[in-house]
Write a protein that binds this ligand. Sequence first.
Ligand code: AMP
Ligand code: ZN
Length: 460
Amino acid sequence: MALKLFNTLGRLKEELKPLKSPAVGIYTCGPTVYNYQHIGNYRTYIFEDILKRTLDFFGFKPFHVMNITDVGHLASQGDEGEDKVEVMAQREGKSAWDLAKFYTEAFLKDCASLNILPPDVLCRATDHIQEQIDLILRLEKKGFLYKTSDGIYFESAKFPDYHKLMGKAHLSGIQSGARVEANPEKKSPSDFAVWKFSPKDHKRQMEWNSPWGVGFPGWHIECSAMAMKYLGESLDIHCGGVDHIPIHHSNEIAQSEGATGKPFARYWLHGEFLLVNSSKMAKSDGTFITLEDLKEKGFDPMDYRYHCLTAHYRKQLDFTWEALEASKIARRKLKDWALNMASEPPKPACADFFNAFKEALSDDLNLPEALSIVWSGLKNADLPKGARASFVQQVDRVLGLDLFKTEEKTLSPEIADLLKKREEARKSRDFAKSDQIRDQLSSLGILVEDTSSGQKWRQK
Ligand code: AMP
Ligand code: ZN
């Protein structure tokens, strides 16, 4: 079965044909580590995780590179304003390096709690300054660059296909409208900095020597330099959120293809936004929600993962606490069903449901459809329990919901103690006592089963 994905470049669903199948090189834009990532960011990372898992499910071998932006991302998407990492470091009274380290670790911890698979290469912009300088030198040699008083700029008019990722959208002025125009020396609003000079009035914490003077790389150049270092000058898939289409990704294409003369990424996949109260998340109006906020309200990060699977990645998702509550209940039920089915001997998975699931994925990752097939398969009383369990086991490789994992951390000390005592009773062959504790646990909503690998429990 062919896997079809919607390619923003050309705006069509296309069959995935990697350059060196079964290997698939993927680059995804990672976080700017000046703050916690919000749940909107995580929606995009979950979509990218599902994509990787789907590739694996279809027999491909994904190799994933993700960057950490720890320098150069300025307050506007263009090249104006101050560096986000430096500004926040000052505000929090930390060094820029410590701040970036702190939020990188927080990000990785969040990803693990969402069961997002780690990338094969996680690369920091500050560890790749030379690669970025080398790429800028190539662009300079080819005549794409010009100098202004605050940096070295890429002249977008010199790359005729500059608007190809946006399609006709650029005609409506989306791109120029999104920019804060502050540098009158730019020849065109869509020109962008590849190297910025350190300001004269204060010393930056992060700065490097370069053939153009002391400064730091522009935000966009890091992705081109690192993607090409780890995946070659042409790579298979590049992902990010839709906000990156008009500026960041258009700039990546211009500077990469300008330097190499080769197609950069062949498939561009973009995740739609998560909205809160039908608008963008903002710190100022309290709509900036983090995973920690979810946990404080009694949600497990995996409830949010489930929630993201209920909407297609190319559709906006308006976040509400009520909808998240519904996903929490649904995930618990799904898990209970799965664990219940697994209590019987495994049988081969039912091919019809398995194929229907795969077909839904093959249609540009139609997860809402795939999820409804999982529910139908699981509830289908015509199938032996063991067959339903095998089906769910296989599809959970893609869903990543860890449906067969019991959540030890939700145990109260009282229940944990009873489970321990029961295990001990069983070991000393005191079956009367172990049965009595089993009943006690049952009255507390915990079902215990004895398996060859010891006692297993689940919530009723
Ligand atoms: P940033 O840290 O701002 O560079 O964003 C990290 C990733 O999250 C990028 O792929 C963005 O496109 C994506 N992103 C930002 N805001 C949202 C949102 N509200 N919903 C979904 N994805 C988002
Ligand atoms: Zn990027």
